[in-house]
Design a protein around this ligand. Structure first.
Ligand SMILES: Cc1cc2nc3c(=O)[nH]c(=O)nc-3n(C[C@H](O)[C@H](O)[C@H](O)COP(=O)(O)OP(=O)(O)OC[C@H]3O[C@@H](n4cnc5c(N)ncnc54)[C@H](O)[C@@H]3O)c2cc1C
Length: 394
């Protein structure tokens, strides 16, 4: 049974070759390195980001005439899944930058593409989304970072926190409240480059067991943004960022499913080898049923993720399904990885074990792109429209 067959059946032969390339890259030395970095409590080495860039993977969805590979959403999902099987944080970080490159290529102005895209494609300038603030992330409309109009651009003041790759990025897709003489104080978004070290500072946000996210807070003091770097005008940015949120949620959910699948495989292999009371752990019915339960919920999560992913691939906007699949996949993965750890006994509790790394990183997936409370709120708002009584005509 090929867990990813449904996804792969919709990919072109070129896209299948990108997935194959990702699999070859992630298996072996890279995978070993991720675990070693986890054991040492440090982020994975930056050289692996350059190696990934050299494969052209940051341009996976960028337009071909920009030097990208022009792949589809489902291909992006499958490439991310290949990496998430070895380490969720690494997959999440590299895909954050890849998503920014896609955005630059697909919706950037000619000036933005010309100035920013080549470095971004080569991974020489890394980007992340900067929306959350120390005062909160769920209520994006309440942000207090201010961009004030000045000749030829804007001056930025405030702080952004919990930024993926925040320790090493030198580019941001940043949302800020615009302040100007016309009292138009809507939220705008900008490409912000971090070149002038005098006007910004970084602080690592330490998350034990998950330092590969390289989370950081970045504070700005009169940081200049040129006019050409504006993405969405005041009042338009929140709507624009919502346009990509469904795909982002499905993407995270798909990576969670891949991490859980890898965890289950690891637990099963271990339980086949280890013996107690004259038989393998897997032959003890009590333990076998626990892993069977993980397998069943994993399949349910994957079915939900696939259903949402396929709709996004077709250009639809599955708001409810995207929220459902992210909420369910994250909960299932956190619970399921924990079950796998328990199934292999004390070995799984050791920080030297990959399942320990998977659990620490999986727990972080619960916050990105919407917490479960916000997702259930979204699903709840759609209940009447999504689940009406069936009429006789149906
Ligand atoms: C690994 C990781 C990577 C991240 N990467 C980025 C990034 O690259 N860029 C970025 O901008 N942000 C990033 N974030 C931040 C993330 O988006 C926020 O953590 C998230 O939006 C929640 O915001 P908060 O943590 O400030 O919680 P808060 O908004 O303060 O919420 C606290 C709690 O209250 C709940 N809550 C809030 N409002 C409601 C409500 N109306 N009803 C019920 N419950 C509610 C929340 O669900 C949560 O449980 C990242 C976070 C993590 C952990």
């Amino acid at each position: 049974m090929d867990f990813y067959r449904q996804y792969d059946s919709l990919l072109s032969s070129d896209e299948l070759s990108f997935v194959e390339k990702a699999r070859a890259f992630c298996t072996g030395a890279f995978s070993d390195h991720l675990l070693q970095a986890h054991i040492e409590g440090i982020p994975f080495a930056r050289e692996w980001i350059s190696r990934w860039a050299a494969l052209g993977m940051f341009g996976l969805q960028a337009q071909r005439d920009h030097g990208g590979l022009g792949a589809s959403f489902l291909c992006k999902v499958r490439v991310a899944q290949e990496m998430a099987q070895h380490g969720f944080a690494a997959a999440f970080c590299l895909n954050h930058h890849q998503g920014s490159v896609t955005r630059l290529s697909q919706t950037g102005t000619p000036a933005q593409a010309q100035r920013l895209l080549p470095d971004a494609l080569r991974g020489e300038r890394l980007y992340t989304i900067a929306m959350t603030e120390p005062g909160g992330g769920s209520d994006a409309a309440g942000m207090s970072t201010i961009a004030t109009r000045v000749p030829d651009g804007w001056r930025l003041n405030g702080s952004k926190s919990w930024l993926t790759d925040g320790l090493i990025v030198d580019g941001l897709i940043l949302l800020a409240r615009a302040a100007n003489d016309t009292a138009d104080d809507g939220v705008a978004s900008f490409y912000v480059t971090l070149d002038d070290a005098a006007t910004f500072s970084r602080r690592e946000i330490m998350v034990p067991g998950a330092r590969s996210f390289r989370l950081a807070e970045i504070t700005f003091k009169d940081h200049f943004i040129p006019d050409w770097a504006m993405i969405a005008a005041p009042g338009q940015a929140l709507k624009a960022s919502m346009a990509t949120i469904n795909a982002a949620r499905v993407h995270v959910a798909a990576m969670c499913v891949a991490t859980l699948r890898a965890s289950l495989a690891e637990a099963v292999a271990y339980c086949q080898e280890r013996h107690t009371f004259g038989k393998s752990l897997l032959q003890h019915q009590g333990l076998r049923w626990e892993l069977a339960n993980v397998a069943t919920r994993l399949e349910a999560a994957n079915a939900l993720v696939y259903r949402a992913a396929e709709l996004i691939q077709r250009g639809e906007t599955p708001v409810t399904l995207a929220a459902q699949c992210k909420a369910f996949a994250v909960e299932t993965a956190i619970w399921g990885v924990d079950q796998c750890i328990r199934a292999i006994g004390a070995t799984g509790a050791s920080s030297a074990h990959r399942l320990n790394m998977h659990l620490a990183e999986m727990r972080m997936a619960a916050y990105a792109d919407g917490t479960n409370e916000m997702l259930f709120d979204r699903i709840g708002k759609g209940l009447a429209a999504d689940y009406p009584l069936q009429s006789a005509a149906h």
